[in-house]
Design a protein around this ligand. Structure first.
Ligand SMILES: CC(=O)N[C@@H](CCC[C@H](N)C(=O)O)C(=O)O
Length: 371
């Protein structure tokens, strides 16, 4: 029987960024091949893996997706099994998602259900997005599921609790990268320069009015700058600056409204600060919209278990799984892992007791969705 805690800790130590998950892929393949029987087929796609388990009397294929990439965050948990990859961390729980998928795979092989099962180990959820190219790949078409589901850890929920809701669960997102170019010079002669630290700082503050003045307050939207870089020494004026952030909206059309306003602001800043500003929207994800009847079936799957279901609120987090449920009926749920530090925090430390809960919830869901 797989030791899930051990697997999670091994995966936790080797986080890799989107489409670089080579070690992770090798590790997963090693475990999957230990479980493989004549009823199990494997395909590799980029740095991801698809595992197909034949059903006993199939009428459809049920897909479960686990994302496998880490984040460019330096871990500060102090745990003995901390990341061995400098500057990278599983700070969004994908080590949990993979481990739970392996635990369920083991169960589905031991006790196959009527329908076929497809386990999708998907790269690059944090960016640039693996779900869309995977959906369009030949590998996926071979075993394209008829229904699909996924989970995400929830640090704020206690272990033993899961949460979901019919309809909108995760937001529409767009990454945002802004490059400012002005004119550098001596710190004592600002009048001879075009200072990009000042331009970019002012831009960060000004752009916060885009949402408050252009988006219907009843439709949530967020613009966040998570990283700001400019200059190289204390007594020189910065010639360039870079802002990196993200746009989140509850309504698909609001993303365009925010981008349109942002571009008007850029034109104004180029004139006011006599500079050039280039914008790049990076990866864009479609909202996760849960199929109501599948959420209902999820609740039914948990009946008689020790897992507590609660209604979730829509969140402004993004998920490229949204592209999958746009095309394939499906849903996503939150799994409580009880950590005082949240997602994308360098001290995120999910409770490993949630691994078994996750396996139980997903296994039950497979059985309920099967005819
Ligand atoms: C669940 C979660 O935290 N997902 C990420 C997805 C990131 C998408 C992209 N890099 C962006 O920032 O728009 C999130 O940050 O919500």
């Amino acid at each position: 029987m797989l030791n899930l805690q051990h697997i999670r800790r091994e995966l936790h130590q080797i986080p890799e960024l989107g489409f670089q998950e080579k070690k992770t892929q090798q590790y997963l393949l090693k475990i999957i091949k230990q479980l493989q029987t004549e009823k199990v087929s494997i395909q590799v796609w980029e740095t991801g893996i698809l595992v197909f388990v034949e059903g006993t009397a199939p009428t459809k294929t049920i897909g479960f997706r686990a994302d496998i990439d880490g984040l460019p965050i330096t871990e500060q948990t102090g745990l003995p099994f901390s990341s061995k990859h400098e500057g990278k961390m599983h700070a969004c729980g994908h080590d949990f998602h993979m481990t739970i998928a392996l635990g369920v795979l083991e169960q589905m092989i031991a006790e196959p259900i009527n329908d076929h099962c497809l386990f999708i180990f998907q790269p690059a959820e944090e960016g640039p997005g693996g779900a869309l190219p995977l959906l369009q790949s030949e590998a996926f078409q071979t075993w394209r599921p008829d229904v699909i589901f996924a989970l995400h850890i929830a640090p704020e929920l206690p272990v033993g609790t899961v949460a979901s809701k019919p309809g909108l669960l995760f937001a529409n997102t767009s990454e945002l990268f802004l490059d400012f170019t002005g004119k550098g010079g001596h710190a004592a002669y600002p009048h001879l320069t075009k200072d990009m630290t000042v331009a970019a700082s002012s831009f960060v503050v000004q752009m916060q009015q885009i949402v408050s003045r252009n988006i219907n307050p009843l439709e949530a939207a967020v613009v966040t700058i998570g990283k700001m870089e400019s200059g190289f020494v204390q007594n020189a004026i910065a010639e360039t600056a870079r802002l990196e952030g993200t746009i989140r909206t509850q309504h698909p059309n609001s993303i365009q409204t925010v981008k349109h306003q942002l571009e008007k602001l850029i034109k104004g800043y180029e004139i006011a600060y006599d500079c050039k500003i280039e914008v790049d929207y990076g990866a864009n994800y479609y909202q996760v919209f849960n199929q109501p009847d599948m959420v209902q079936q999820f609740c039914e799957a948990l009946a008689g278990s020790n897992i507590r279901y609660q209604e979730a609120e829509a969140a402004m987090t993004g998920e490229d799984f949204g592209y999958m449920v746009k095309e394939i009926p499906g849903f996503m749920f939150w799994l409580g892992v009880n950590s005082p530090y949240g997602l994308h925090h360098a001290q995120l430390n999910p409770d490993e007791a949630a691994l078994d809960i996750g396996v139980n919830a997903v296994t039950r869901t497979f059985s309920t969705l099967s005819h």
